[in-house]
Design a protein around this ligand. Sequence first.
Ligand SMILES: Nc1ncnc2c1ncn2[C@@H]1O[C@H](COP(=O)(O)OP(=O)(O)OP(=O)(O)O)[C@@H](O)[C@H]1O
Ligand SMILES: [Mg+2]
Length: 201
Amino acid sequence: MKIISVWNPKGGQAKSLISINLAAAACELGLKPLVVCEDPQGTSTKYHNAGNLPFEVIPGIPKDKPDADIVIIDHPASDWDLPPANTVIMPTKADRPDISTYQDALAVIKPSGKRVIPVVTDGNMQRQAQVRAVKGMRQAGAFELKSSGVYSRAGEEYRTIFDPEMNTAYKVNDRRAEFEAILSAVLNMQAQDDDSMRKVA
Ligand SMILES: Nc1ncnc2c1ncn2[C@@H]1O[C@H](COP(=O)(O)OP(=O)(O)OP(=O)(O)O)[C@@H](O)[C@H]1O
Ligand SMILES: [Mg+2]
């Protein structure tokens, strides 16, 4: 079982968007994801309560090992504690204050040796400063979620972008492919873990 934290102490950086859409991408692969909504005002819980998600969302880390292939923890804003998972997805938007908080948060996580999967999201390509920020993040190995109206369209009905109702949305397959790439990175890290465990054994 793989556990991932989606973490950035700054609000509005797409932690919840990534948590639920990454879980939906895992469902597409036949995996059983579980989203843990650590946010008391939880966005992912609201999605779950609307009844359109093909996976469970629970309010806190369960005491017993859950029946899931991949557990995705959707962290709240203002949470500066080191996240519990060894693999941490860190999303950031491309505005200067966003990147600045992202770097502060990265400094908190670096000494722990946890693996970080950076994601730059919602970059405004009409603004040179954001174009540069996205490029910088990409050069540093970040995945990109391009700015798209599909998220607000899906969100109106509390759906993920993988929901069949979204099949006709503009460029939805490009947006889905961005999530599939992030999921592959997560699953490859698991494969590397298994491999190094075998080598140690
Ligand atoms: N690539 C994108 N295209 C369009 N909108 C985006 C994109 N990425 C993020 N957003 C928007 O940014 C907003 C914040 O996203 P979300 O609620 O997932 O952030 P969060 O980090 O979970 O916030 P909080 O810290 O409050 O829990 C949402 O309206 C979301 O749709
Ligand atoms: Mg959230």
